[in-house]
Design a protein around this ligand. Structure first.
Ligand SMILES: C[S@@+](CC[C@H](N)C(=O)[O-])C[C@H]1O[C@@H](n2cnc3c(N)ncnc32)[C@H](O)[C@@H]1O
Length: 675
């Protein structure tokens, strides 16, 4: 509110919005970022984020899942600038997340697009930041004060157990899973942890992480609590009436034990007095809790962590770290009868998908779990962007570059092959395995196109393309976008084909190449340009169609978007540009590091995709990216100017000592001055 209203913060707010839009920053409450810190992720790990919403591994990969398509879109937008080929965004129900185990001879040849190195999808790390009632966000979500009621937590308890159990069954033995909520309600926290410990019978341990992140002020988990149902406190499942037992479960209590209801229980609480206050809020006579016999858990729940607002001025959070020490008991991840039926009849699955179904992990939840009340929407981050445009198709005409927006399509298809600007409504319903309405995921194997790309950009074997390219269009002749995936992702996709595409993939890999046509004609030897997201990854491997511009010419390109060869300040650069092949090229900003020798790409390398036309170079970067890059550039130049001036001053002082009074400016200083 202050950011929006306070005039003095206007520029800061604009900066935040721009950087957020571009994907350089993501605003999130600090405490929400704590759970992954306890995951202890290593670069080669396979990580599953079961309920990811929006939040580069060399060998490992991250599979980020969320049930909500809009949140998947947001996640895709926010991870776009990470330039990672190691990410798969999926849109499955976490509690039924597919196991993807390939049997040795069961796969059909046509589905086995690529022989995978793995035969089962298991993870080294799992993050279960589950949907919760969200009372820990009370400080930033004023709505919560009106909306909250204890039924929200009770209604989510079973789903939380199911998601956590599914996570544990997908975890490798020896792996770590973090379970977290932004609720302080023990029913969603310690009760869930206790229930999964009970279900797992010693194969999962609650890890004492009190020595990890010592700066984080936290409180131990509780071992005793009561359960609230509407106007009543219940200390034990024994206290629940027969009616209440349809939604108040034994696992919500510290002992986790069930009691047989006495015959007259139904009649209890009938006469509880209900009072309606002036503002219409229902007040109830609070039942005294003193006469209830408290249960105490015998599990080491004090190893859980409670982060409370008044300890370090944060939102509230609950975190538990679990270690799988042996295979779970009675785990049989064989497809249930129901699932094999679905394979034959996907429509049946669609019909049933809205119902709360039983866990297929083999650890069946209590049958009463299915009777939970309608689950309330989980707490939301205050500043979620609902949707983001995919990168527009770009013609080498700068005016068209900045204005296109295919956000409608992005809404419709998550990310995939779209026909920019025209296709909404006309697109055929895509089919990804059994998933309707989702673009297919296909290995891109068109050798003539792959070879033309390799030759045009001079990409050698140091960057293997074969088997690493993906398209999202079943019409092989009209592929518009080609995605690049890492070896780990390639293996997972191969496995997913073998098991009949159980993963519902919203986004995979890094958009690397996009089909490009020029208004000047199509006489370019390669019809695919390098996309902005893929550029940082492929940059070190490009040997053709790449030029180095001085900071001043680079800046002019960003400012004016199109520059005639003859108009570059550095005439030699203009000359070289005119000799490039027609089509996409890459312009790297020259600095002391890129002046000579091989390109070393690091976070400071600034490069853009351009189009070499008949008489000019045009940038193929969105207007917003140009603006951001210009700002980054001026900041860098300021910094360089400062350090050069400092260096220069030192040199002058040094030379003065040697009796010389005039110093030639270094080239760096000259370039900065030009700019
Ligand atoms: C607490 S939020 C996750 C926040 C996220 N980890 C972050 O740090 O931004 C819980 C998420 O679970 C998703 N969700 C709800 N039910 C789900 C289900 N059955 N399977 C998977 N995701 C679910 C919601 O869409 C929501 O984005």
């Amino acid at each position: 509110m202050q950011l929006r209203k306070n005039q003095t913060l206007e520029r800061f707010h604009e900066f935040l919005k721009l950087e957020n839009e571009i994907g350089n920053i993501t605003r999130q409450e600090a405490v929400s970022m704590v759970p992954p810190l306890f995951l202890d992720v290593c670069p080669d790990h396979f990580v599953l984020d079961m309920c990811a919403a929006p939040g580069s591994l060399p060998d490992g990969m991250v599979m980020a899942n969320d049930l909500d398509v809009q949140r998947c879109n947001l996640l895709i937008h926010q991870t776009k600038r990470m330039c990672t080929a190691n990410l798969i965004v999926t849109n499955n129900e976490a509690q039924h997340f597919p196991g993807c185990r390939a049997d040795k001879n069961g796969s059909k040849a046509s589905e086995m697009e690529i022989e995978p190195q793995i035969s089962q999808l298991l993870f080294d790390r799992v993050l279960c930041d589950v949907p919760c009632s969200g009372d820990g966000t009370l400080r930033k979500a004023p709505d919560m004060w009106r909306k909250w009621n204890p039924g929200m937590a009770n209604g989510l308890h079973s789903l939380q157990i199911q998601i956590a159990m599914r996570g544990l069954s997908l975890l490798k033995v020896g792996g770590r899973m973090v379970y977290s909520t932004c609720s302080m309600n023990p029913v969603e926290d310690e009760a869930v942890v206790a229930e999964i410990l009970r279900k797992c019978g010693g194969s999962v341990e609650l890890v004492d992480v009190s020595s990890e992140l010592p700066q984080l002020v936290r409180r131990p988990g509780v071992r005793k609590w009561k359960v609230r149902d509407k106007d009543l406190w219940l200390a034990s499942h024994r206290d629940a009436s027969k009616f209440q037992r349809s939604h108040i479960l034994q696992s919500m209590f510290p002992s986790g034990k069930s009691y047989v209801a006495p015959a007259n229980k139904d009649l209890e609480h009938e006469n509880d007095e209900i009072v309606i206050s002036e503002d219409g809020i229902q007040l109830t006579e609070d039942t005294s809790t003193e006469d209830l016999i408290e249960e105490v858990s015998d599990l080491p729940l004090e190893h859980c962590m409670r982060i409370v607002p008044h300890d370090q001025n944060s939102g509230a959070f609950f975190i538990a770290v679990l270690q799988k020490v042996s295979p779970l008991p009675a785990i049989q991840e064989k497809p249930s009868k129901k699932r094999s039926l679905f394979k034959k009849n996907p429509e049946l699955q669609e019909k049933l998908s809205d119902q709360v179904t039983r866990d297929n992990s083999g650890l069946e939840p209590d049958s009463r779990d299915v009777a939970v009340e309608k689950i309330p929407e989980a707490a939301t981050e205050a500043d979620l962007i609902v949707d983001e445009p995919d990168e527009a198709d770009m013609e080498p005409d700068p005016s068209s570059i900045s204005n296109q927006d295919d956000s409608e399509e992005t809404k419709a298809v998550v990310n995939g092959e779209t026909d920019s600007g025209k296709a909404v409504g006309k697109r055929k319903l895509q089919l990804q395995g059994k998933w309707k309405g989702v673009d297919p995921v296909l290995f891109f194997k068109d050798e003539s196109i792959i070879n033309s790309i390799k030759i045009f950009y001079g990409i050698n074997e140091s960057f293997p393309l074969d088997g690493h390219l993906i398209s999202r269009n079943s019409d092989k002749n009209h592929v518009k976008r080609i995605y690049y995936v890492s070896k780990s992702v390639k293996d997972v996709l191969g496995l997913n084909f073998r098991v009949g595409q159980q993963l519902k993939i919203a986004s995979v890999g890094l958009k690397m190449f996009e089909r490009q046509t020029s208004r000047e004609g199509t006489d370019t030897p390669c019809s695919f340009r390098i996309s902005s997201e893929g550029l940082p990854v492929i940059l070190p491997h490009i040997t053709n169609q790449i030029l180095y511009a001085s900071p001043v010419d680079f800046k002019h390109l960003l400012q004016y978007k199109t520059i005639k060869f003859a108009d570059f300040v550095d005439a030699e650069f203009g000359e070289k540009a005119s000799k490039l092949m027609m089509g996409c090229c890459v312009i790297v900003m020259r600095d002391s590091k890129t002046m000579s020798g091989p390109i070393k790409v690091d976070e400071s390398t600034i490069a853009i995709g351009c189009w070499k036309g008949r008489s000019n170079l045009s940038v193929m970067v969105t207007a917003i990216d140009c603006q951001e890059m210009l700002e980054r550039l001026s900041f860098r130049m300021e910094a360089e100017k400062g350090s050069s001036a400092q260096e220069n001053k030192l040199n002058v002082d040094e030379l003065k000592l040697n009796g010389v009074s005039k110093v030639e400016e270094s080239e760096t200083i000259q370039l900065v001055a030009d700019a």
